[in-house]
Write a protein that binds this ligand. Structure first.
Ligand code: HEM
Length: 351
């Protein structure tokens, strides 16, 4: 909350801060990242294949975790020696079990590391996003991005690109291994990996909830839903389950809001009695895993691309992959932000 970037900004400030980063996330720019992502995936799979035979490997630590981090560090031009520190801080951002003092220490360390990253890019610019933000700002004589906004924008993009996609990979792999019937649907071509990934986003939103927003004016939720219906978002106002559910709910100006993205995807009023069940063939996989509206996740196409490359490659390389413990023995992370597992022990050869 204490940062000054698009995530915490409103109105014109939000548009200005988002516009500066947006060019790095266009469809073409993201497509261009494919060969780099494929290269990282291949090297991670080679490392896994070199594990001692018969011993379980932790697929979260050795596959789901390093991929998004390497991708975001390449995109941002983070040198090798700063990566471990930034990773530790990004993990701290999503860890809701630490004390306020620890959280402050994490935020301070993150600011120092980003300041160091920016100083290096000023001295030695490259083709990366930080250098481009810096060039835009320095050429414009300090505007339109203040130094604090520059630092906090880097904090946002790095931390948003870390654990979020890790959880998407973690949850997709877990479901594929726990539900061989669903994996078989992909193998047979009845559904694509893109369907499998969307259904994972719906049932297991990687960001369960995200602190914190404040209402700038009174928000009557039912009225907002109705207005949207009238604007054509839903065909029939009376059939929109959100309108009835929210009747009478008003968030007052100044009140804090915790948006709970993972509840939305499993809402039986939207997805019916089977809302909690993973079914990649389900025609309506509507979810809020990437948020909604003007703050809609900027990195969603990148996250989807990483998953669309990493998942088929993993299952093609290790067709007998199997969890080393029953799925219900996997321990969830304690964080109320991050929806993943503490570890994902698996046998590469199925035994
Ligand atoms: C599966 C992976 C991801 C998930 C589940 C996710 C989820 C979210 C959510 C829920 C929001 C808040 C949206 C709202 O308030 O309505 C958000 C915002 C954002 N995300 Fe992601 N994210 C993911 C990956 C990424 C990646 C890879 C990047 C960048 C490299 C990224 C960058 C951002 C940024 C910059 C924002 C702020 C947008 C704004 O405030 O205008 N995200 N994300």
């Amino acid at each position: 909350m204490a940062v000054r970037n698009m995530f915490t900004a409103y109105g014109a400030d939000h548009s200005r801060l988002r516009r500066l980063v947006q060019p790095a996330f266009t469809a073409r720019r993201i497509r261009d990242l494919r060969p780099g992502i494929e290269g990282i995936v291949k090297s991670l799979l080679d490392d896994l294949a070199a594990a001692p035979p018969g011993e379980p490997v932790d697929l979260r630590a050795r596959y789901a975790y390093p991929l998004p981090i390497r991708v975001i560090c390449e995109l941002m031009g983070v040198p090798e020696e700063l990566r471990a520190g930034l990773g530790r801080c990004a993990d701290g951002f999503f860890d809701t079990t630490i004390t306020p003092a620890q959280a402050q220490a994490v935020a301070a360390e993150m600011q120092d590391l980003i300041a160091e990253l920016i100083a290096r890019k000023r001295a030695e610019p490259g083709e990366d996003l930080v250098s481009r933000l810096l060039a835009g700002r320095d050429e414009a004589g300090g505007g339109p991005l203040s130094e604090q906004e520059l630092v906090d924008t880097c904090v946002l993009v790095i931390s948003a690109g870390y654990e979020t996609t890790v959880n998407l990979l973690d949850q997709s792999i877990t479901t594929a291994l726990a539900r061989p019937d669903q994996l078989a649907l992909v193998a047979s071509g009845r559904v694509g990996w893109a369907d499998f990934i969307e259904e994972t986003l719906r049932v297991e939103a990687p960001v369960a909830s995200l602190p914190l927003r404040y209402a700038v004016q009174d928000i009557d939720i039912a009225r907002e839903a109705e207005a949207e219906t009238e604007a054509g978002a839903h065909a029939d106002a009376h059939a929109d389950p959100r309108t009835d559910a929210a009747a009478g709910a008003v968030i007052r100006a100044g009140e804090a809001i915790l948006a709970v993205y993972d509840a939305a995807g499993r809402d039986p009023r939207v997805h019916g009695a089977t809302a909690e069940e993973f079914d990649a063939t389900r025609p309506d996989k509507d979810h809020l895993a990437f948020g909604y509206g003007v703050h809609l996740c900027l990195g969603a196409p990148l996250a989807r691309l990483e998953a669309e490359i990493a998942l088929p490659a993993l299952f093609a390389r290790f067709p007998h992959l199997a969890l080393a413990v029953p799925p219900d023995r996997l321990t969830p992370l304690a964080s109320f932000i991050s929806n993943g597992h503490q570890s994902l022990p698996a046998h590469l050869d199925g035994r």
